[in-house]
Design a protein. Sequence first.
Length: 70
Amino acid sequence: MAYSRKELAEAKRQIDSTLHKLRGVVKTLEAKEQPHRYRSQITLAKRRITAFELANHLIGEALQSSSADK
C-alpha cells in the first residue's frame, strides 16, 4: 500500500509523540517506591517503545526513499 509523504510525516510525528509519552511512563513506573509491583506494565511499555521505534525507523526509510525518487 502506498502512502503519501504527508501521511508518512504525520504518522512519524504521532509516533514521536507517543514514544515521548511512553518513555515518561517507564521513568515514572521505575521511580515508584516498589517498581517490582509494576513489572508487567514496565515490560509492556518497553515492548511498545521497541515496536514504535521500529515503525518510526521504517517510516523514516520510506520518507528518504520517496525523496530519492524525486
